[in-house]
Ligand binder design. Structure first.
Ligand code: FES
Length: 108
């Protein structure tokens, strides 16, 4: 991880997030991903709701609900636990966001 990227992640506040591009070498396309900070820990997920497969955020980097306790799919309101990615309410209850390795993410 480069120094600038490390600094940006370190500067994340609890209840905030950043979008990323995950490079996939086989087809040179990227996967939309994000990192969030929750209770002083960082978590990375593919930016794809398990319900319809669309990105969670309408406003880039805004993934949390108003109370900053859950990640939210902006389209239909599914709520996910930030530390596990498990959906706890909405149309995909019981499904989970795909967890990613923080070291695989490259800045947009
Ligand atoms: S697309 Fe995510 S809850 Fe509907």
């Amino acid at each position: 991880m480069n120094r600038e990227l490390f600094s940006k992640r370190a500067a994340l506040k609890n209840g905030s997030g950043m979008r990323y591009q995950l490079s996939v070498q086989s087809d040179m396309k990227g996967i939309s991903a994000f990192v969030v900070k929750f209770q002083d820990s960082l978590y990375a997920y593919e930016n794809r709701c398990p319900h319809l497969g669309i990105e969670l955020d309408w406003t880039p980097g805004e993934f949390f609900d108003n109370e900053q306790m859950f990640l939210v799919c902006a389209t239909h309101g599914a709520h996910f636990k930030p530390d596990t990615g498990k959906c706890v309410s909405g149309p995909c209850v019981g499904q989970s966001l795909k967890r990613l390795d923080l070291l695989d993410l490259v800045d947009f």
